[in-house]
Ligand binder design. Structure first.
Ligand SMILES: Cc1cc2nc3c(=O)[nH]c(=O)nc-3n(C[C@H](O)[C@H](O)[C@H](O)COP(=O)(O)O)c2cc1C
Length: 376
């Protein structure tokens, strides 16, 4: 992270610090906080807490905060202590978070999440989680006490799929009621939408499986449903086409054509942004036949909506991506965990704190509220 250091005179002209509009979202700078699950919602109603409001307010210097993955329904749960957005109580909890961020002149979008088969029976009263098809991702998940193996999920019925569309509609409406400035659909990283997109996990023979059109159907139905309750220029979505046996899915010969199809369909909706993750290590590209060396460059040519780039970027790499017009804004993950004043540090060319992975998910204030700022 030392490479974030930059001489002051360079910092003055940083593109990262210039404002940008992503649809209706007016960002004061291009330094986005990537969605980061922190497992701090340790209450039975999965209600965002005052501690979470303080954490997000500390990071309100971001041009846009994308919240941690937020579960749209009890059926969508996959991890312990993650917040929800289906109940009135949860909406009230999130209102405290969005008010705290707005009070410090920040913007915050809610990442809407359904984990599908990346889950455990213990989160579903002993029943298997749901997925497009009964295919076990063969992955390890987290329970509050250990790391159990995944199980074979239950294939969703068509009626249940309609129910999920309704769950996303309600979640989007709730996000607006909670004061969020927008939403990001988590359509990546091996979770429910991605499970529909990939023929490895989607072996359905009905209108939700088979062709590109069919495998993208749930995603498009969800976009249509969300359009009924909020402006689409406040909606973004996330794709990570670089997965190599990550969360149970592998890049295959159909991955890039499928993601191209999704982006072309999404172009019709006038969305706020497409959030893309780059490969974190060059080795990922070498080891993955059919992988893209530069995800952003590939989709910049196809997407009509603004692009947020993310994944293993530091300040210099983020600046270079902006200079090459590969993206409109840059999202940082771990750097935001450890640096509540990340934008100020970029402005000054100051060194960054290192994130401690031990405290990513452990609960409590330690490693959450106590990373030091330059001006305490
Ligand atoms: C602790 C942690 C939690 C994460 N939680 C989420 C999440 O809830 N939703 C999501 O889309 N990505 C999640 N990610 C991925 C990040 O958004 C980001 O893509 C990743 O950290 C790479 O960016 P970086 O190299 O700047 O850290 C998480 C990553 C970390 C380290």
């Amino acid at each position: 992270m030392g490479s974030f250091r930059a001489p002051h005179f360079i910092a003055m002209s940083l593109s990262l610090l210039t404002p940008v509009n992503l649809g209706a979202l007016k960002l004061k700078n291009r330094v986005v906080m990537a969605p980061l699950t922190r497992c701090r919602t340790d209450n039975p109603g999965f209600v965002p807490t005052d501690m979470m409001a303080a954490y997000y307010a500390q990071r309100a210097g971001a041009g846009l905060i994308i919240s941690e993955g937020t579960i749209v329904s009890p059926q969508g749960r996959g991890y312990p202590f993650t917040p929800g957005i289906w109940s009135d109580e949860q909406v009230t909890g999130w209102q405290k978070v969005t008010s705290a961020v707005h009070a410090k002149d920040g913007l915050i979008a809610c990442q809407l999440w359904h984990c599908g088969r990346l889950s455990l029976p213990e989160f579903h009263e002993g029943q298997p989680p749901v997925a497009p098809s009964a295919v076990n991702p063969l992955w390890k998940m987290f329970s509050p006490t250990n790391q159990p193996d995944t199980v074979t999920p239950q294939a969703l019925t068509r009626e249940e799929i309609k129910g999920i569309v309704g769950d996303f509609r309600r979640a989007a409406a709730n996000a607006m009621a909670a004061g969020f400035d927008g939403i990001e659909i988590h359509s990546s990283n091996g979770y429910l939408f991605h499970q529909f997109f990939s023929a490895q996990s989607n072996q359905r023979t009905d209108e939700y499986g088979g062709s590109h059109e069919n495998r993208a159907r749930l995603f498009c139905e969800v976009l249509d449903a969300i359009a009924e309750v909020m402006p689409m220029n406040r909606v973004g979505f996330r794709l990570n086409p670089m997965l190599n046996r990550f969360h149970g899915l592998t890049v295959d010969a159909d991955t890039v054509p499928m993601w191209e199809y999704i982006v072309r369909r999404a172009n019709a909706y006038g969305l706020a942004f497409l959030h893309l993750t780059e490969p974190l290590h060059p080795k990922q590209i070498e080891d993955t036949p059919g992988a893209l060396a530069d995800v952003g460059a590939h989709f910049r040519a196809i997407a009509t909506m603004p692009i947020i780039s993310n994944g293993g970027l530091n300040q210099a790499k983020g600046e270079a991506r902006l200079a090459a017009n590969l993206c409109d804004a840059v999202a940082y993950g771990k750097a935001w965990i450890a640096n509540p004043d990340l934008v100020e540090r970029i402005r000054l060319g100051a060194p960054l704190n290192e994130a401690n992975p031990e405290t990513f998910y452990q609960g409590g204030e330690q490693g959450y509220l106590d990373y030091p700022t330059l001006n305490p």
